[in-house]
Design a protein around this ligand. Structure first.
Ligand SMILES: Cc1cc2nc3c(=O)[nH]c(=O)nc-3n(C[C@H](O)[C@H](O)[C@H](O)COP(=O)(O)O)c2cc1C
Length: 435
């Protein structure tokens, strides 16, 4: 498409193998590279067999929560009484995360193939791909690929002669982070305001238009074609020893590293290997101060926690944070952490749907207190107030947007108290905080 791709395929490219290869973008190009073989194989299997293969792979959702994908698919009713739907979450609005966009940009058929496999496994005839509104370029690429997939027989009334009907509707978002939350996304697709819904009922029981629905992230679905083609056991073998976290994962690394970009590594790779060997480490003369490993919604990690952290679901939890979406924000010693968490809190305050009091008030109040501290007007009690507020924002709302705001703030106060003290004691010059 006329500009260099910013991605760096890591040591084990599966999903990113064809990033930078414009030939892989077309239907014929994807087929030449072994594409759609996984879908053809799946169509020759029963729904249960496909689900079992994905269960055997150990694949877990790459959208943030890490829920086992095969198990999620198995929750869908066996009998198709009402229509079943698959929703592909391509909203990707989490700060620091830019991997799904890259999958769509370079390999849209990788996603369409995975979606069609998912649809077959859950008994759905229709897939909604909900793409972030700002992804104008990727939206165009996706529409062209869907068109080609219909012409090539990978979508439509009789997919690859199987008698199976699978249709894709591409739905463009309008720029709201909250619409990435699965039930808000369903409301948005239905033409309503993107407010999260109270669960239960869970989507597999009553999702889109109260019909059984499964929702998966782009990266999760993109892995399905490879799993079907090469087998669940092959995918499960792609890890460094932890059978609970298998396969490869795309990490979007941004911030103060020398080579930011998307890196695909096997689960269990060390965080240091990714930051220092693959991304080239810090800028000259700088040292590591902190990392937010899973998009912006998870606790901040210290250099000591990064030191021997393994990049898999359990490895990052063992260090007090979460793998989340795999968007890694790396900050060196030039970073003002109070300012950074204020910027994040402001983002969450702006994006709160405002349904829940704890979130609506909590995100805004957190932002105001942090702005006050930065302006040199903070008091020691403000830190206790922030922690108390965070406590009221965690585990008490319809969705986890307010928890996402609280996590980086609490961890910054607990792990980097000197940063706050410097403003409160007036040792550090106040910062002009603009809106
Ligand atoms: C506020 C909020 C925003 C979210 N944004 C996204 C997103 O942009 N992309 C995504 O895949 N999941 C996002 N999620 C998670 C989804 O709700 C859901 O768990 C995910 O799409 C499930 O797919 P998976 O099982 O394949 O991970 C978000 C969750 C919350 C609470």
């Amino acid at each position: 498409m006329g500009y260099p791709h910013p991605s760096h395929a890591g040591e084990h490219p599966v999903l990113s193998k064809h990033f930078g290869d414009a030939g892989a973008r077309t239907f014929d190009g994807w087929v030449k590279r072994g594409g759609y073989e996984g879908l053809k194989k799946a169509l020759g299997m029963t729904r249960d067999q496909v689900v079992e293969e994905v269960k055997a792979s150990g694949l877990r959702g790459r959208g943030g929560a890490g829920f086992p994908t095969g198990m999620k698919w198995s929750f869908m009713p066996k009998e198709v009484v009402k229509p079943h739907y698959l929703v592909c979450n391509a909203d990707e609005s989490e700060p620091g995360t830019f991997k799904d966009r890259e999958i769509i940009r370079w390999t849209p058929h990788q996603l369409i193939e995975g979606c069609a496999i998912g649809a077959h496994a859950i008994g759905a005839e229709r897939i909604y791909i909900y793409i972030r509104g700002e992804f104008t370029h990727e939206h165009r690429i996706l529409l062209a690929a869907v068109d080609e997939a219909y012409k090539g027989g990978a979508l439509g009334a009789n997919v690859f002669g199987s008698g199976r009907r699978i249709d894709v509707v591409v739905h463009r978002g309008a720029g709201a982070y909250i619409c990435g939350e699965e039930t808000a996304m369903m409301n948005s697709i239905e033409g309503k305001r993107g407010n999260p819904r109270i669960k239960p009922p869970f989507p597999a029981v009553a999702g889109l238009w109260a019909c059984p629905t499964t929702i998966n992230n782009v990266e999760t679905l993109a892995a399905a074609g490879h799993i079907l083609r090469q087998g669940g056991a092959w995918y499960k073998g792609l890890c460094r020893g932890n059978p609970k976290s298998t396969g490869t994962k795309l990490f979007s690394v941004c911030g103060h590293v020398q080579r930011p970009g998307n890196y695909e590594v096997v689960m269990g790779t060390s965080m240091k290997e990714l930051i220092y060997d693959m991304c080239g480490g810090m800028r000259p003369g700088r040292t590591l101060k902190a990392v937010i490993p899973g998009g912006s919604s998870v606790p901040i990690m210290t250099p000591a926690e990064v030191e021997d952290c393994l990049l898999d679901y359990e490895g990052v939890v063992a260090k007090g944070s979460m793998l989340g979406s795999g968007g890694m924000i790396v900050m060196d010693d030039s970073t003002d952490l109070v300012y950074q968490v204020m910027r994040l809190a402001r983002f969450y305050a702006h994006e709160s749907c405002a349904q829940c009091t704890q979130c609506r008030e909590g995100t805004a109040w957190t932002t105001r207190i942090l702005e006050k501290i930065l302006a040199g007007k903070g008091r020691r009690e403000d830190l206790d107030l922030l922690l108390d507020l965070a406590d009221n924002m965690t585990g008490k709302t319809i969705c986890v947007l307010s928890d996402s705001c609280a996590a980086p703030v609490v961890s910054a106060i607990r792990k980097f108290p000197a940063e706050f003290d410097a403003y409160i004691s007036r040792e550090k010059q106040p910062v002009m905080v603009t809106a």
